[in-house]
Design a protein around this ligand. Structure first.
Ligand code: C5P
Length: 298
């Protein structure tokens, strides 16, 4: 049922799942200020919890469980809601987005983009699916480079700014342990530093795709690579130490996700992952076990 101007949508809830980079390559600097990327991305079970309620008036705002996350249009969730209202031809509709944040901020896990994607999925459901998946993905792209992936979810190869997606076979069964050192990294800042770094190494993306097709978890873990780890930035020493700690705890492979600062290790099963997480919690305030999540859009 499509809405008319007088009847408001029913409140909705949605989960906003984080992403991990199994690999991250930057292939070119573009004229529009962005970079061309080639990334193998995975949606994981760590998520923010979202609810959206219609409100009298025209204001669209977010209330979050973290005091330093803005509630106005600086928040990607608010921008996504405004974009949806424009496309659904329901501008002027007021709503409150309540965000219970569990995904760490400034961690390279696309927390803000995940929230934006969840808003788009939730509102489209609440309005009776006025937008097709393609329209929703196109709307997401305008909000942020990672929003399209966060909308679609699962395992995918992301190219262009990150919005050109090719679905990939799911990862073989495994668990992730995610740790975040006690600092956040600004994405634009790390891109700038990368521009001043001579990149000698790139991920073997073809090899990763072959390992995925073969269901070869060890082969995949051996090839995980993120070019941002090579940026000349002293914080990468802490990142490297966190990777070392994960490997010492038995991870098959460890990597920084996105522009960091979160780092994850891949474990063969839940038991070994939980054991590692218990150990690492002594050192890292944020440490959790997560599993892979499949596609989120039809
Ligand atoms: O698209 P989004 O707003 O998430 O990007 C944030 C910033 O990250 C951009 O302003 C840009 O500095 C950088 N970025 C980039 N190339 C990409 C994605 C992001 O340079 N493919």
């Amino acid at each position: 049922m499509l809405l008319n101007k007088t009847n408001a949508f029913a409140p909705v809830t949605e989960k906003a799942y984080a992403k991990l980079n199994i690999s991250l390559d930057v292939t070119a600097r573009r004229d529009d200020g962005y970079h061309d990327m080639l990334m193998v991305m995975q949606t994981v079970s760590l998520c923010d919890e979202l609810s959206i309620t219609p409100e009298p008036g025209e204001r669209v705002w977010a209330v979050t469980s973290l005091p330093y996350v803005p509630g106005d249009a600086r928040n990607l969730a608010v921008r996504a809601a405004l974009k949806f209202l424009e496309l659904a031809d329901d501008q002027g509709r007021g709503m409150k987005i309540t965000l219970r944040k569990h995904i760490p901020v400034g961690a390279g896990m696309a927390g803000g983009s995940a929230d934006a994607a969840a808003v788009l999925r939730a509102l489209n459901r609440a309005y009776g699916f006025p937008l097709s998946s393609e329209q929703l993905l196109a709307a997401g792209e305008t909000v942020g480079s990672d929003v399209a992936f966060c909308l679609r979810g699962g395992t995918a190869l992301a190219a262009g700014r990150g919005e050109k997606l090719t679905p990939l076979p799911s990862l073989p069964p495994c668990r992730f342990v995610i740790c975040k050192p006690d600092f956040s990294i600004s994405t634009p800042e790390l891109f700038r530093k990368l521009d001043n770094t001579k990149m000698n190494c790139h991920p073997d993306t073809e090899g990763i795709l072959a390992a995925l097709s073969a269901g070869d978890l060890d082969g995949l873990c051996r090839r995980m690579y993120n070019v941002f780890e090579d940026v000349d930035d002293r914080r990468m020493r802490t990142v490297s130490a966190a990777k070392g700690a994960l490997l010492d705890c038995g991870a098959l492979g460890a990597l920084m996700t996105g522009t960091g600062s979160a780092v994850f290790g891949v474990f063969r099963d839940d038991e070994s992952a939980r054991l590692a997480c218990e150990n690492l919690k002594k050192e890292y305030r944020f440490c959790c076990v997560a599993e892979a999540i499949g596609p989120l859009l039809d």
